[in-house]
Design a protein around this ligand. Structure first.
Ligand SMILES: *Cc1c(COP(=O)(O)O)cnc(C)c1O
Length: 493
C-alpha cells in the first residue's frame, strides 16, 4: 500500500515515510491509496485490544514486518493504561460510553500517541537514517501533553509543542509545562489554536526552515500525521467488539458513533473504520459553539470567517479542521484537483464550497450537531444526577448530539466517544454540578474525587508538585525564527 498527498496523487511514498514526513511538501495530507481493505471480521467475542490493533493496522503498514508491528503494539498498550481493556465500554441507560481516557495523560490522544513514536522510530530504523526527527506540534491542549509523554527521550527525536497561551485549561497547561525529557520543548503562543496550527504548517513546508536544520527532518505529531489516524481506527472496532461480546448487538448489526470533534481526526478514523468494513450507520459530528462543521455538513460551505469562541471544551475550540481535507479526498474518490482548489480557497478567502453530489454523499454518513455551553452543562448535570456517571465537557458535547440523534433514530445503538477524564476539567465539571468552586484546580480535583468517590488519575494528581520547566511565551510572528533556531540546535553532521 502506498500513501499519497491529498493535493497531488503523483506524490507517493511508503507508510513509514509518510509518518516521518508528516505533511506532504505541497501542504497536502498523506492518505492510503486504498481505504477499502476489508479487514477480515474479527472473532469479536475473544479478541483483545492488542489483537484488534494488529488486525486493523496490518493492511496499511506493508513496510512493517508482523514482528515489528507487534512490538510497537506491545510497547504502547501496556500498563501505562489503568485498565487491561485499554478502551472500556460503559453501558448507559440509552447509549454506551467509550472511555478513551485511561492512558497516561487522561485524554483520547494517548491511544495514538503511545504507539506513534514506536512506529516512527521503527520506520526510521528501517531507512537506516541518521537524521534527527524534529516533531513540531500545535495543540489545543491534549495532543501536546500526549505527544510530549510519547516522545520523551525517544532516541533520534526531538519535540517542540506550541499551545495558545490562554486557550488551554489550567491542568493542560501545567501538564505540558512540567514535561520530563531532554528532547522536549514547550512554548506558549499569544493567539488561538488556529494561529498555532497555521504557524506550524507554514514552517513545516518553508524551504528556509527546512534548510536551517542539517540532518534534521521535520515531522508532526498532530493528527495531520497519518500515524495518528491508523491507531485511532482501532477503538471503533474495540467498541464494536465489546457490544457483540456483551450481547447488546449481533455481529454485522449497524451502530452509530457520536464524536466530539475539533480537528476532525477522531471522527475521520471512524470513517476509515467504516470504509474498512466495520458496520457503522452514522457518524455524529459533534461541535461546541465553534460550529463551523455543523454548518458545513448542512450547507456544503465551509466558512471559517466567524467569531472564535472560548468554551469549556477547549480542545475543540478550532475553526480550521485539518482532517476534513482527507475526508473530501476519500469521499470524492480521490479528486485531488477538487481538494487542491478547496484548500486554496480556504487559505485565500477563509471559505470554500464543495460540489452538491459530494455533500449528499457525506450526509449519508455524517450528521452535524452542535452544543451551546448551556446544553453541555445540562448534559453533565443530568447524567450525574440520573446515573451517577461523570463526564467531561468534551464528552458532553457528543452526549448532546447523541440525544438529538435519538429523537429521529432511536433504533440504532449509539456509542458516545468519551475523550477526556472529567478530572482534567474539574472546575468546569464542578460548576456544572452547582458545587462550590475553589480557585485552585487541584483542590477542585480533590473535591470532585470526594463527591464522586472516584480516584484522581495518577498523572493528574502528581502535577501539583512537579516543577514547571517551560515558561516561554512568543508572538505568532516570532514562530518562524524560534523554529529556525531550534532546527540549528538540532543540526549535526
Ligand atoms: C483533541 C480532542 C478532541 C477533538 O478531537 P479531533 O481529533 O481534534 O477532532 C475532543 N476531545 C478531547 C478531549 C480532545 O483532546
Amino acid at each position: 500500500m502506498k500513501f499519497y498527498s491529498t493535493r497531488n496523487k503523483d506524490i507517493t511514498i511508503s507508510a513509514g515515510q509518510a509518518m516521518i514526513r508528516g505533511l506532504a511538501e505541497d501542504g497536502g495530507l498523506f492518505v492510503p491509496d486504498n481505504l477499502d481493505v476489508h479487514i477480515p471480521e474479527p472473532d469479536y467475542k475473544n479478541v483483545s485490544y492488542q489483537d484488534l490493533a494488529f488486525a486493523v493496522m496490518r493492511p496499511f503498514l506493508e513496510d512493517f514486518t508482523d514482528e515489528e508491528l507487534q512490538a510497537c503494539i506491545r510497547l504502547a498498550y501496556d500498563d501505562k493504561y489503568d485498565t487491561a481493556d485499554i478502551a472500556p465500554l460503559r453501558r448507559l441507560s440509552d447509549s454506551w460510553l467509550l472511555e478513551l481516557w485511561h492512558g497516561p495523560t487522561a485524554a483520547f490522544k494517548d491511544l495514538a500517541l503511545t504507539i506513534m513514536p514506536h512506529m516512527l522510530t521503527t520506520a526510521y530504523a528501517k531507512e537506516g537514517r541518521d537524521d534527527t526527527v524534529a516533531i513540531l506540534t500545535a495543540t489545543s491542549g491534549d495532543t501536546g501533553k500526549a505527544a510530549l509523554a510519547g516522545f520523551a527521550d525517544v532516541p533520534n527525536t526531538a519535540i517542540t509543542v506550541f499551545f495558545p497561551e490562554d486557550g488551554v485549561s489550567p491542568v493542560q497547561k501545567r501538564q505540558m509545562q512540567t514535561s520530563r525529557g531532554n528532547n522536549v520543548s514547550v512554548i506558549a503562543v499569544r493567539g488561538n489554536f488556529d494561529d498555532c496550527q497555521r504557524m506550524v504548517k507554514e514552517c513545516t513546508t518553508d524551504p528556509e526552515v527546512r534548510a536551517a536544520g542539517k540532518h534534521v527532518t521535520i515531522s508532526s505529531a498532530n493528527s495531520i500525521n497519518i500515524g495518528r489516524l491508523l491507531p485511532q481506527m482501532v477503538y471503533y472496532y474495540a467498541a464494536y467488539a465489546a457490544l457483540v461480546k456483551t450481547g447488546a448487538i449481533h455481529a454485522g448489526e449497524e451502530v452509530s458513533f457520536a464524536v466530539p470533534t475539533g480537528n476532525f481526526g477522531d471522527i475521520l478514523a471512524g470513517y476509515m473504520a467504516r470504509r474498512s468494513g466495520l458496520p457503522i450507520r452514522h457518524l455524529l459530528c459533534a461541535s461546541n459553539e465553534n460550529n463551523v462543521l455543523t454548518d458545513f455538513l448542512h450547507t456544503g460551505t465551509y466558512d471559517a470567517r466567524r467569531p472564535f469562541h472560548m468554551t469549556m471544551s477547549p480542545s475543540m475550540d478550532i475553526l480550521i479542521s485539518s482532517n476534513l481535507e482527507r475526508l473530501l479526498f476519500f469521499a470524492s474518490g480521490g479528486n485531488d484537483a477538487m481538494v487542491r482548489s478547496c484548500m486554496k480557497s480556504l487559505w485565500d478567502t477563509g471559505a470554500y464550497t464543495i460540489p452538491a453530489e459530494l455533500l449528499t454523499a457525506l450526509q449519508e454518513i455524517f450528521l452535524g450537531y452542535y452544543a451551546p455551553e448551556e446544553a453541555c452543562r445540562r448534559e453533565i448535570a443530568n447524567l450525574y444526577r440520573q446515573e451517577q456517571v461523570l463526564i467531561d465537557p468534551h464528552t458532553a458535547v457528543a452526549m448532546h448530539a447523541m440525544h438529538e440523534y435519538r429523537k429521529l433514530h432511536s433504533d440504532v445503538p449509539c456509542v458516545v466517544l468519551s475523550t477526556a477524564s472529567p478530572f482534567k476539567f474539574s472546575r468546569s465539571v464542578l460548576a456544572c454540578l452547582d458545587q462550590p468552586l475553589p480557585e485552585d484546580e487541584f483542590e477542585a480535583m480533590r473535591n470532585l474525587a470526594a463527591l464522586s468517590g472516584l480516584k484522581v488519575p495518577t498523572g493528574l494528581a502528581e502535577l501539583e508538585t512537579l516543577p514547571v520547566r517551560f515558561r516561554e511565551v512568543i508572538d505568532r510572528s516570532e514562530g518562524k525564527a524560534v523554529i529556525m533556531k531550534r532546527m540549528e540546535e538540532l543540526s549535526h553532521d
